[in-house]
Design a protein around this ligand. Structure first.
Ligand code: SAM
Length: 231
């Protein structure tokens, strides 16, 4: 389970109402049983449940069960689409090891608003489910133009460009720190294309001969990264 507090020998941890409910009702855990906790910093810790009730639960850290494993310095920048598909992108990005997830508004973005707290909860659930020790941060929605204007020096931008769909070669990806950029259903506008082409450190890539849906494209690009870097 993901917690915010520091984890360490003998540390008492307050679990949330939702976590207590999950432990109690779904996993049938009682006091005296053990759970694994992580906070993205201190690795995984085994903790004993000392109190459990409707309002929450308390757990006592017994010892570290796995070291902290950090993901590669890989961001996923994407334009949110329909709610369920956006949820899917965040879930899969967390599973595939993105370190940060940045939703952006582009000229042709379908969705003007996101529930950042809800998407963050999806990222936590995905990290818990795949036994990780790290939860990627989901940033607030921001305009792509603003993000590009303040682009961090030294971070390569891998631009999945649907206009390259017909080019057959498999791209060779740059090393971290990197960000993968996926566009909305409508693709990128001519102004955005010109802006991306003018930026240094941008590598446009093809994800194969077919135009993929944005959620598929995000998974394909993250998988391509993993296949090449093994991370
Ligand atoms: N409306 C656009 C068109 O028909 O040309 C397609 C946009 S596609 C549904 C959504 C995003 O997925 C694109 O902006 C791009 O980032 C990515 N994408 C989809 N297929 C791709 C491919 N074969 N190569 C590179 N990027 C791709």
């Amino acid at each position: 389970l993901f917690v915010e507090q520091p984890l360490g020998q003998g540390q008492g941890i307050a679990l949330s109402q939702a976590q207590a409910h999950y432990l109690n009702t779904v996993l049938r855990k009682q006091t005296g049983t053990q759970v694994a906790l992580f906070n993205s910093r201190d690795g995984e810790w085994l903790a004993e449940i000392t109190e459990i009730g409707r309002r929450g639960a308390l757990a006592l850290c017994l010892g570290q069960s796995a070291p902290q494993r950090m993901p590669p310095d890989l961001w996923l920048v994407f334009a949110p689409i329909k709610k369920a598909r956006t949820d899917f992108i965040v879930e899969k990005a967390a599973e595939l090891g993105a370190a940060r997830i940045l939703p952006v508004q582009t000229e042709f973005t379908n969705s003007e608003r996101i529930r950042q707290d809800r998407l963050q909860a999806h990222a936590i659930e995905a990290a818990e489910q795949c036994g990780g020790t790290f939860v990627p941060e989901v940033a607030e929605l921001q305009p792509l133009s603003r993000l590009l204007a303040h682009w961090p020096e030294g971070r390569a931008l891998i631009w999945a460009d649907e206009d390259l769909a017909n080019t057959a070669q498999t791209p060779s990806l740059p090393p971290a720190p990197v960000a993968i950029l996926i566009g909305p259903e409508g693709g990128f506008s001519p102004t955005e294309r010109a802006r991306l082409r003018a930026m240094s450190g941008v590598q446009s890539i093809s994800l194969g001969p077919r135009i993929l849906r944005a959620d598929t494209a995000a998974v394909a690009a993250l998988t391509l990264w993993q296949a090449q870097k093994g991370d």
